[in-house]
Design a protein around this ligand. Structure first.
Ligand SMILES: [Zn+2]
Length: 239
């Protein structure tokens, strides 16, 4: 792990790519340093093994241009969120010193996603407490931005990821064991059905349509973003 501008947290390897991979790739393209931390190794997945998924996750992060991808071991399908795990995340935040943190919206169908959103939000605050003494200096990110997974919420903003869409889909394709592969002999799952990637494509187009662009990714924040130029924010659109 190294210092980054932006840090993405997901519960499982591939969560970040599916919901926010275009934004990660776009920010790398804009010259920012981006890292990914998965809180679990995805060992409960029906297809692939943790070793295969780890290799795939590393190659996906390379496709996005990330500085690093780190996998923690909080337990897939039973994600632990005690003080010990909170201190691990605080350590990651103090080590990597991101200005912005992305995490799952802390209310989702999969409890691991909900728990990840919650523990990352709380650790992001606690990491800034000087009196909480660890080996590393206190650091508090500007805010935590939530990406959407199963449940949909009204977006606070949509990022235009048109120029990064192909990179996002290449990163997703790196998770070969998880998604549609006609040659695979492993059991079909919800996400290995060809319809799943069509849904990701459709979601990108839908969020894009909300901002009159070919592709978008939607985010929710508890603190509204500051807009310096309301005119430019709505350029090319009509009521
Ligand atoms: Zn997940």
């Amino acid at each position: 792990m190294s210092e980054v501008d932006i840090l993405f947290f997901g519960a499982h390897p591939d969560d970040v790519e599916l919901s926010a991979g275009g934004t990660a790739a776009k920010m790398v393209r804009d010259g920012l340093r981006v890292g990914i931390v998965d809180l679990t190794r995805g060992e409960m997945g029906t297809r692939g093994t943790p070793a295969i998924r780890k290799r795939e996750a590393q190659s996906a992060a390379r496709a996005l241009g990330c500085s690093f991808r780190e996998q923690l071991d909080f337990g897939d399908g039973m994600l632990r969120t005690g003080r010990e795990q909170e201190l691990e995340i605080i350590d990651v935040l103090r080590r990597t010193r991101p200005q912005l943190v992305f995490a799952p919206y802390p209310d989702d169908r999969h409890p691991d996603h909900t728990r990840t959103g919650r523990i990352v939000t709380e650790a992001s605050f606690y990491a800034g407490l000087r009196q909480l003494r660890t080996k590393l200096a206190a650091h508090r990110p500007q805010t935590v931005i939530y990406f959407l997974q199963n449940y949909m919420f009204t977006p606070s903003f949509v990022v235009d990821v048109t120029a990064a869409w192909k990179t996002k889909m290449r990163a997703i394709a790196a998770f070969k064991s998880q998604f549609h592969d006609p040659k695979s002999k492993e059991p079909q799952t919800f996400i290995s059905d060809p319809g799943f990637l069509q849904m990701i494509e459709a979601r990108g187009k839908h969020f894009g349509a909300l901002i009159s662009r070919p592709y978008g990714e939607a985010f929710v924040t508890k603190q509204p973003p500051r807009i310096d130029d309301p005119l430019a924010a709505y350029a090319g659109r009509e009521v």
